[in-house]
Design a protein around this ligand. Structure first.
Ligand SMILES: CC(C)(COP(=O)(O)OP(=O)(O)OC[C@H]1O[C@@H](n2cnc3c(N)ncnc32)[C@H](O)[C@@H]1OP(=O)(O)O)[C@@H](O)C(=O)NCCC(=O)NCCS
Length: 336
């Protein structure tokens, strides 16, 4: 007999053995599917033990079924884990840059099998939008994900703090009296992202963004910079310490009102951010933009932001939920 199984914790309620063993019986295979309760932090030990015990392979699930591992002859050859966001009505599964990897051998196949296992679990809990971050120098992984139906959605870029020539536009740190205008600009930015080819509608919490602006006014390590054009606020750029990259000041919101674009306002704001970041002791500046944004993509690349990470996304047609084994497509076959 050959044994396969499921590693995870808790497993008491898992229906996998019943399902898998029924399938083995149906196919007349002398195989058995076992539950192997393993608490967090002990997976590596357990995987090593599996080989000793003669397991042919195993699935790994961490609480809430968000992670899978690929095994070959008892050895771990890859893993993929997803974190589910709790946005109501739209569960997004995010697979961070450090939540997936595969050994060099048969990497394409490993990624395909990992995603096959994980995507089934994600759809089962209602997550139809899948996002995965990949370092731009992992061309092969990016290609494997393209071949699984993903596309590049966001680009993260970094640049050194070499000064940018000012464009004649005046910039200054924002004050409390600017918050209302900045929220109007944020609303305009959100509408802009809903236009083609981005087509990304968003319900933004302007109240929360307003609170964030207020905090940025007083926090030393954060900057809220505004630019004026014809005596009115024409643009804003927000910056603060990056969560993932060391010594990096990252630009959050960046927007120039439509009437003032292509007049050097964005460049002046960026020049101000770069100067502030250098004075604060940061070494680099970062920004993330929507890849199909025809305005920001040339703007950031033109200003020497080097792509270091892509976020790829795949949106699954939610109607797949009813295209299950209970629906027999045989009914649609025309009669002879
Ligand atoms: C992206 C955005 C902030 C740029 O601001 P802007 O005031 O239009 O920028 P500037 O006038 O300083 O520069 C724009 C021009 O710089 C170009 N550029 C590229 N490389 C450059 C360089 N090295 N130096 C100067 N300009 C460069 C841009 O492609 C663009 O060309 P254009 O002449 O066809 O307009 C602005 O277009 C905007 O708000 N867009 C909509 C919202 C948005 O996309 N926000 C960014 C979200 S990440």
């Amino acid at each position: 007999m050959r044994i396969v199984g499921l590693l995870g914790y808790p497993l008491a309620k898992s229906l996998s053995p019943r399902m898998q063993n029924a399938a083995f019986a149906e196919l007349d295979l002398d195989w058995s599917y076992a539950l192997v309760p393993v608490r967090e932090g002990h997976v590596e030990q357990a995987v090593a033990g599996l080989a000793e015990l003669g397991f042919a392979g195993a699935n790994v699930t961490i609480p809430h079924k968000r992670a899978v591992a690929a095994l070959c002859d008892g050895a771990l050859v890859g893993f993929m884990a997803a974190t589910l966001t709790d946005a109501p009505g739209n569960q997004v599964a995010r697979i961070r840059i450090d939540q997936h990897a595969a050994g060099p051998e048969n990497r394409r196949d490993t990624y395909r099998r990992l995603y096959a296992a994980l995507s089934g679990e994600l759809v089962a809990v209602g997550a139809f939008e899948h996002a995965i971050s990949v370092a731009t120098d992992q061309d092969d992984v990016v290609r494997h994900l393209f071949e699984l139906g993903f596309g590049i959605d966001q680009v993260k870029g970094l640049r050194r703090l070499t000064p940018i020539a000012a464009s004649g536009v005046t910039t200054r740190p924002a004050g409390a009296e600017d918050i209302h205008d900045l929220l109007l600009l944020t609303a305009e930015l959100t509408t802009f992202h809903a236009q083609p080819p981005m087509l990304r509608p968003a319900l933004v919490e302007l109240h929360e963004i307003g609170n964030g602006f207020q905090e940025a006014l007083v926090e030393e390590r954060r900057l809220l910079l505004v630019a004026e054009h014809d005596g009115r606020i024409a643009g804003l750029m927000q910056a603060g310490p990056d969560r993932n990259y060391r010594d990096t000041a990252t630009i959050g919101l960046a927007a120039v009102t439509s009437a003032a674009r292509s007049k050097g306002v964005g460049t002046a704001l960026l020049a101000g951010v770069v100067e502030w970041a250098a004075a604060q002791g940061f070494h680099r500046c970062g920004v993330e933009w929507t890849s199909p944004n025809l305005l920001s993509d040339p703007f950031w690349r033109g200003h020497d932001f080097d792509p270091v990470r892509y976020k790829l996304t795949r949106l699954i047609d939610a109607r797949v939920a009813w295209a299950n084994a209970d629906l027999s497509y045989r009914y649609f076959v025309p009669r002879a």
